[in-house]
Design a protein around this ligand. Structure first.
Ligand code: FAD
Length: 278
């Protein structure tokens, strides 16, 4: 199926992109890697009148250390993140998560900014972004602002970004190697039926979960139950809280009960794996 007709704009700078969003309002959609937007347009689930292609904005694709954090441009592809030596050395959870996304084609075209903005409930990055307590920088008509990961995912396919803003940068902390991402995937697409990202530190665990509910979440019940404990029993007990307070989604790929079960199993495995890397 072909998309409905649309105008195509190709800004050279972030300011030009923001001006186009301001000019066209709800009629405009940003195009990054196109791996979520183009299928939605072909199915006529999205019918933007103006497509704003940000793929030629040169300074949106980078991975660099800045101010004790790692800054990642919004147009950086999943494969660039999976391959980054800087991230593997200083924030290994993100490349580990990126390597789980889709297939080679998806990883070479899809971008971290596009994935976060799309906020698919089964996307991989949101679990890691939450566990890392990342920051998401967006640009809009009033300049730049920073959104904390915990405030970013609002509901199914909904984020805290306004329609006239675009993500410019994602910032993640430097961490120890005691991290892990464990996912059970939907076999055809690779999307997560249950994906769990864990960051362990001396002060305890941070656990991000994707694929279970309408949006990714921090499993605070797990974090509180685990505290600083590392015994197999304590980990197994804490993991039973992985879907506390969440309404799991059921669909043709997995029932709600199965997703809740997978959340617990993958939480236990992710904590065990992270601890074993210490
Ligand atoms: C076959 C297949 C398998 C996949 N498997 C997985 C998987 O296993 N795990 C996974 O996580 N994902 C998976 N994906 C999704 C993939 O990761 C996409 O790349 C991602 O969801 C969207 O990124 P994109 O750069 O392609 O964005 P696009 O499709 O270009 O855009 C997606 C949305 O985000 C908006 N947008 C894009 N960039 C920005 C920005 N900088 N600021 C604000 N809004 C922006 C667009 O307007 C659009 O609404 C799969 C996709 C396909 C087609």
């Amino acid at each position: 199926m072909y998309p409905a007709n649309f105008d195509y704009k190709r800004p050279a700078t972030v300011d030009e992109a923001v001006a186009l969003l301001a000019q066209h309002g709800d009629d405009a959609k940003l195009l990054a890697g196109g791996h979520s937007l183009i299928p939605a347009m072909k199915l006529r689930l999205a019918r933007p009148k103006v497509v704003v292609d940000i793929g030629r904005i040169s300074n949106l694709s980078y991975i660099r250390e800045a101010g004790g954090r790692i800054a990642i441009g919004a147009m950086t592809t999943h494969q660039e993140i999976a391959d980054s030596k800087l991230l593997k050395d200083k924030c290994p959870l993100l490349p580990e998560t990126a390597s789980h996304i889709g297939d080679v084609q998806v990883r070479n075209k899809g971008t971290i900014g596009g994935s976060l903005a799309h906020a698919d409930p089964a996307a991989d990055y949101p679990a890691a972004i939450l566990a890392l307590e990342a920051e998401i920088e967006v640009a809009g008509p009033k300049g730049r602002r920073t959104i904390r990961a915990e405030d970013f995912f609002v509901d199914l396919l909904q984020t805290a970004i306004a329609g006239n803003e675009l993500i410019t940068e994602i910032r993640v902390p430097v961490t120890a190697r005691t991290v892990a991402y464990v996912k059970t995937e939907q076999k055809a697409s690779g999307f997560a039926l249950a994906g769990v990202a864990v960051v362990l530190s001396s002060s305890g665990a941070r656990v991000g979960v994707t694929g279970i509910g309408a949006k990714a979440y921090r499993a605070l019940g797990v974090e509180q139950a685990l505290g600083g404990q590392k015994s197999p029993n304590a980990i197994a007990q804490a993991a039973t809280h992985a879907a506390d307070g969440v309404e799991p989604l059921g669909d043709i790929h997995a029932s709600a009960e199965f997703r809740a079960h997978l959340a617990q199993v993958n939480t236990r495995r992710a904590i065990e794996r992270a601890a074993a890397r210490g």
